[in-house]
Ligand binder design. Structure first.
Ligand SMILES: *Cc1c(COP(=O)(O)O)cnc(C)c1O
Length: 389
C-alpha cells in the first residue's frame, strides 16, 4: 500500500478541477498585480472597500503599538484582551443582541455554534447550498444530518416532521456562490412550528445588506426570537479578519463553556480587533458605500441582460454567471484574463456538478468605468464562447 498522490492530482487535472492560487502582489483593490500581470479584479469579498482603507490601516498600526502583535494565548487563559472585549460589545450593539463572541475565523465560528448546540440524538437540517464550513459543522456534530432543497421551506418542513431531539435549522443568509438571499421569513416560520432553532451565517450580508449594514436580519426585520444564532464574518465586508456569533447571554456562555473551536485556539491578534472596531464604524456610518455598490450592481445586471448572460436572482454584490461545465468556466475566465480582467471560475465540489460559474463580485471601491470595462469584455468573450460546440 502506498499513497498514490500523483494519480489523484492527475485525475483532478483531467477533470478541469485543478486549483491554482493566483499570486497577489498588491493590496485588495480593483486594479491589482497578479502573477506579474496588471488586472482589473472582480473576485474579492471586500464588498465595501475597507480591506485597504487608510483609517482601518491606521487603527491596526495604533493597535499594534499599544497591544503588540500576538494574541498570546486562548481567550480562556490570558488571550482575551481589552480590544477583543470592546469589539464584542460593539458587535452586540450593532446586531441589537445581548452578547457577541469573537472568533478567529468564520469556519471556526460555524463549527463552534453547531457542535456546541447539538450532538448524538439531535438533528441538524441544512440548505443543500450552504457554505462548506456549515456542512462540515453539521457532520462533525454527530447529530442526524440532512440537507433540504435550496431555499425551500416546504422541503425543510418535511424534514422537520421527522426530526428528533434538539433541532437546528442552518442556512447561509446570502448564499456565497449564488448571491441569492435565504427566504428567512418562511424558513423561520417552519422552524418555529417545530421548536427548532435557526442558525444564520450571514458572512456576505453584513455590510452590503440592510439599512445600516446589519445584513439579512435587518433586511427582513427579524430578531433574536426568529434567529437565535446569528453568525457574521469579519474578513469580507468588514475588510479585516475573524468572525462572531451574536445571541443571548445563555447562548454565548454556552459557547464559551463548550465550543471546542472557541476554547482550543489562540485569540486573534488584538490589533486586528482594533482595525475591526474602525471598520465597523465606517460600515455603519458611510451609507454611500452601500448606495454606490447598489448602483454598480444594477448597472451590471442591466448590461449583462443585454448581452444575454444567465444571471442568478441576486440583489447582492455576488453576481455569478453560470456556464455549466468546468471546462467552459475555465475558458471564459481565461478569455477575460486575456482582456485584463480577473474573475474566478468556481467549479465542483464548491458548486453542484454542471453549474460551474464565474463568480463576479463587486466592491464599493469599483467605479462605473470598471463595470463598463467588464461588460465590454464579457460581451466579446460570451459571443465567442457561444459559437463553440
Ligand atoms: C467565507 C465564509 C465563511 C468562512 O469565514 P472565514 O472567516 O473566511 O473562515 C463562512 N461562511 C460563509 C458563508 C462564508 O462565505
Amino acid at each position: 500500500m502506498s499513497f498514490d498522490l500523483a494519480s489523484r492530482l492527475a485525475a483532478r487535472r483531467a477533470e478541469h478541477l485543478y486549483r491554482q492560487r493566483p499570486l497577489l502582489e498588491t493590496p485588495q483593490q480593483p486594479e491589482v498585480l497578479v502573477d506579474g500581470e496588471r488586472l482589473l479584479a472582480f473576485c474579492s469579498n471586500d464588498y465595501l472597500g475597507l480591506a485597504n482603507h487608510p483609517q482601518v490601516i491606521q487603527a491596526m498600526r495604533d493597535g499594534a503599538d499599544k497591544w503588540g502583535v500576538g494574541g498570546g494565548a486562548s481567550h480562556l487563559v490570558i488571550g482575551h484582551s481589552s480590544p477583543h472585549h470592546e469589539l464584542e460589545e460593539a458587535l452586540a450593539a450593532f446586531t441589537g443582541r445581548p452578547r457577541a463572541l469573537l472568533f478567529s475565523t468564520g469556519y471556526m465560528a460555524n463549527l463552534a455554534a453547531v457542535t456546541a448546540l447539538v450532538g448524538q440524538g439531535d438533528t441538524v437540517l441544512e440548505d443543500r447550498l450552504n457554505h462548506a464550513s456549515l456542512l462540515d459543522a453539521g457532520l462533525l456534530s454527530g447529530a442526524r444530518f440532512s440537507r433540504y432543497l435550496h431555499n425551500d421551506a416546504a422541503s425543510l418542513a418535511k424534514r422537520l416532521e421527522k426530526a428528533v431531539g434538539n433541532t437546528l435549522v442552518v442556512t447561509d443568509g446570502v448564499f456565497s456562490m449564488d448571491g441569492d438571499l435565504a427566504d428567512l421569513p418562511a424558513i423561520c416560520a417552519a422552524a418555529r412550528q417545530r421548536n427548532a432553532w435557526v442558525v444564520v451565517d450571514d458572512a456576505h450580508g453584513f455590510g452590503p445588506l440592510g439599512a445600516t449594514g446589519g445584513g439579512i436580519v435587518e433586511h427582513f426585520g427579524l430578531g433574536i426570537d426568529e434567529v437565535p444564532v446569528l453568525v457574521g464574518t469579519l474578513g469580507k465586508a468588514f475588510g479585516t479578519a475573524g468572525a462572531f456569533v451574536a445571541g443571548s447571554e445563555e447562548l454565548i456562555e454556552t459557547l464559551i463553556q463548550f465550543a471546542r473551536p472557541y476554547i482550543y485556539t489562540t485569540s486573534q491578534p488584538p490589533a486586528v480587533a482594533c482595525a475591526t472596531l474602525k471598520s465597523l464604524e465606517l460600515l455603519r456610518s458611510e451609507h454611500w458605500r452601500r448606495e454606490h455598490l447598489s448602483q454598480l450592481i444594477a448597472r451590471f445586471r442591466r448590461g449583462a441582460a443585454e448581452i444575454g448572460l444567465s444571471l442568478v436572482d441576486s440583489p447582492t454584490p455576488i453576481q455569478p454567471i453560470i456556464v455549466g461545465s468546468s471546462e467552459r468556466a475555465l475558458k471564459l475566465s481565461a478569455a477575460l484574463r486575456e482582456r485584463g480582467i480577473l474573475v474566478g471560475a468556481i467549479r465542483p465540489p464548491t458548486v453542484p456538478a454542471g453549474s460551474a460559474r464565474l463568480r463576479v463580485t463587486f466592491s464599493a471601491s469599483h467605479n462605473q468605468a470598471h463595470v463598463e470595462h467588464l461588460l465590454d469584455a464579457l460581451a466579446e468573450c460570451w459571443n465567442s464562447l457561444a459559437e463553440e460546440p
